[in-house]
Design a protein around this ligand. Structure first.
Ligand SMILES: [Zn+2]
Length: 247
């Protein structure tokens, strides 16, 4: 397991849904932001399936989830952009047109490191995570070579590395301080619309103490996860990735 890239100047995470970035690399983003990295987010879907309430106002949910994503990025200390491809949640494709859109974003933002879902993870059942992973990897290939999408009229851009999160083949760790994991928890808790579905926090709100207690439990779970993967890398706290640096 390799530990810690040199702090990159600019990074871009490409994720399927609002909150995926925070779950997968939020603490790493907090660490890099603190060190001066410009951190950008590209969220592929609109998050419109993110409710268990069949009578949800979908338009309002989409707007809320975008606002939550921006607040989460702010809590990580991110000074970069938060962009949305606004594809329908659960129906993300990875065709040529979307690949071109992702390549355009990479060419515009010029990240040194691109982070995304590992599209080769076994037995993952969510189609959007697989599709977003393919878009990230194939978007990098298209962005780096000038004969892909010349109609963009933007110079080709070759990142130094791809870090794949949610991977079966972790071989790279970013070491973290407790404050970075704390920022990750705070950023995740910005996604209030997902308290019930993802974080198992009661959204009823009638019992504030119980809700705070569940939020604290959730925070401890995140710390435990970072401690467990840190042990694999020989550090106190970490997030892990599969690194591709031959691009
Ligand atoms: Zn997701």
């Amino acid at each position: 397991m390799r530990v810690d890239l040199p702090v990159p100047e600019v990074v871009l995470a490409i994720a399927a849904h609002p909150d995926d970035v925070e779950f997968q690399c939020g603490a790493t983003f907090a660490k890099w932001s603190e060190a001066g990295t410009v951190v950008h987010h590209l969220i592929c879907t609109d998050g419109s399936k993110g409710s268990w309430d069949a009578s949800s106002d979908i338009e309002a949910l989409v707007a809320l989830r975008q606002a939550e994503q921006r607040e989460a990025a702010r809590r990580l200390g991110s000074i970069g952009e938060v962009r949305f491809l606004s594809q329908v949640d659960g129906e993300l494709g990875h065709g040529l047109e979307l690949r071109g859109e992702v390549a355009r974003v990479i060419r515009e933002l010029k990240p040194r490191v691109v982070l995304g879902h590992d599209p080769w993870k076994r037995w993952r059942i969510h189609p959007d995570h697989r599709a977003a992973g393919r878009l990230a990897v194939e978007g990098v290939v298209a962005a780096r070579d000038p004969h892909y999408f010349p109609e963009h009229g933007i110079e080709a851009h070759r990142p130094d590395a791809i870090l794949l999160f949610e991977t079966d083949g972790a071989d790279h760790a970013e070491s973290l301080a407790p404050r970075h994991v704390g920022a990750k928890v705070a950023a995740l808790l910005a996604h209030e619309s997902q308290f019930e579905t993802t974080m198992r926090i009661d959204i009823d709100g009638t019992d504030i103490d119980a809700r705070d207690h569940q939020a604290a439990d959730f925070g401890r779970r995140i710390f435990t996860e970072c401690r467990d993967v840190g042990r694999l890398a020989g550090v106190e706290l970490a997030e892990t990735f599969h690194i591709i640096d031959d691009i």
